[in-house]
Structure formats: C-alpha cells, structure tokens
Design a protein around this ligand. Structure first.
Ligand code: F6R
Length: 241
C-alpha cells in the first residue's frame, strides 16, 4: 500500500483528483469505479475545475458506482445517481449513457444485483476504484459481517451507518434501510484502488483497516490483500498511526 498523508481535506482532495486525472489521461477509455458521500466531494470539484481548464477529457470514460439506496430513484435528491450528476457528471463531458449506478428502483433485489454484476463484467472491469471509508470500516455498503460478500448484493444498513448518513436526510426515519452495493470481490477485482479518508472520526477505522487483522468485521481490512492500493488520508484520519 502506498500511503499519502495530507495536511487537510483540501490537500487530500487535490492529491486524490491528481491520481484520478492521471488514470483518465493515461487511459482515456478507462473504467472508473466511483463513490459518493462527503469524502470525494472536494476531489470531484477539483476534477471539474481541471475539465473546465481543458486539462481533462471524460468523453471516452465509463463509470460504475459502488452503491445505491434501495427504493431511491434518479430524481430523489439523496439518491447516489443524483449525487453523481450534481457533483460530477453534469459538469464534465462524460457520456451519461456510460455512467452506471445500481438500479435503486428495482424491487427485486436478486435481479438488481445480477443485472449490475453483468453490467460490470460487460465494461471489461474497473481500472481504478475510488473508495471512502465508513466509521465502522465499511467500504461501499459492505458492512461488518461474518464473511466477505462476493458480488453485488442487497444489504441492511447498520444503525451506525444510518446514524452517519442521516445528515443528508430530513430525519433519521427517511434514511433507507437497504442498499445495493458492489461486493468485496467486485471491489478487489479493480486493477487499482484509491482509498480516501478524512477526519478524526475515521481514525479508529483507518487504523484497523491498515494495521489490524484482515477480517470481515472490518471490511476495509481486505484491502491489505490488494496489490495496488493508494491511500490518501489527512493528518486527522491518520492520527492514531
Ligand atoms: C459511498 C460509499 C460509502 C462511503 C462511506 C464514507 O458510495 O460507498 O462507503 O464512502 O460511507 O462516507 P463519507 O465519505 O460520507 O464519510
């Protein structure tokens, strides 16, 4: 693992954007695995800036997102499709027909997950997978469990994830209880992984991910087994190491 320690979130966002931009420049028709949440917002801002300055071209890029809340459609303000449109896709020249997010409106979980796995396979595989880290060590919505999940699956969100995500909703009751997420195997199949982590609240989880045993109780710990991981984390997130 390659660990880059940044002073703060701003520097983290610049460093992470530089890695993602390098991927797009070196392989213009790459497949990007993307994430939502607070962690990548600054990184996406930097990428939009670089696109507007004429430094980046997304026209041949394909993207697959990690996850989507079950029950939320593309028009819901808190859906991850909406997040991606507002934070990145609407501001760059990516072909939106090649940007994919699990179908939150598909009520049949098996179908939604199988369809998404087929779609990922059809892209030819992810070149660079971006990940944030949950306070409980989750990656994607792979919550702490007794075993690592393989492909895309439907998860029941843990109370700690519901608590962490309620800030985006009017009330805790409105946070969906289920989500479709890429599995650990899908994530581990990416050629390269970029994990971004910011803030003191993540310090314990990041320490467990980087230095603890590899265990499904800390899903991110599996990244210790991936051959090409870049971790970009700020001083606060790395404060326990
Ligand atoms: C988002 C995702 C989640 C988040 C994680 C951290 O697509 O899959 O694993 O990356 O919950 O969220 P933030 O960045 O909001 O702290």
């Amino acid at each position: 693992m390659n660990i880059c320690k940044t002073k703060d979130y701003e520097e983290l966002s610049r460093r992470a954007a530089a890695i993602l931009a390098a991927q797009v420049i070196l392989k213009p028709n790459c497949v990007l695995g993307l994430a939502t949440g607070s962690s990548p917002v600054g990184m996406y801002e930097n990428l939009v800036k670089q696109y507007k300055n004429g430094e980046l071209d997304f026209s041949q890029v394909t993207s697959v997102n990690l996850d989507e809340y079950k029950g939320l459609g593309p028009d819901h303000p808190q859906s991850y499709r909406k997040f991606m449109d507002s934070n990145l896709f609407d501001h760059v020249n990516i072909d939106k027909t090649r940007t994919f997010v699990p179908n939150g409106l598909e009520p049949d979980s098996d179908k939604a997950c199988k369809d998404y796995d087929c779609l990922i396979a059809q892209t030819g595989g992810v070149d660079l997978q971006l990940l944030g880290l949950g306070n409980n060590g989750h990656i994607g919505f792979n919550e702490p469990a007794d075993a690592f999940a393989c492909g895309t699956h439907c998860v029941e969100l843990t109370p700690s994830t519901i608590e962490a995500n309620k800030r985006f909703f009017e009330s805790e009751d409105e946070v969906p209880r289920y989500a479709y997420t890429m599995g650990i195997r899908s994530i581990m199949c990416a050629k390269k992984i970029l994990l971004i982590v910011s803030g003191k609240a993540k310090a314990e989880a990041l320490k467990a991910v980087l230095c603890g045993p590899v265990t499904p109780k800390v899903p991110g710990s599996v990244l210790q087994l991936h051959p090409d991981v870049a971790v970009v984390a700020d001083e606060e997130a790395l404060s326990l190491l």
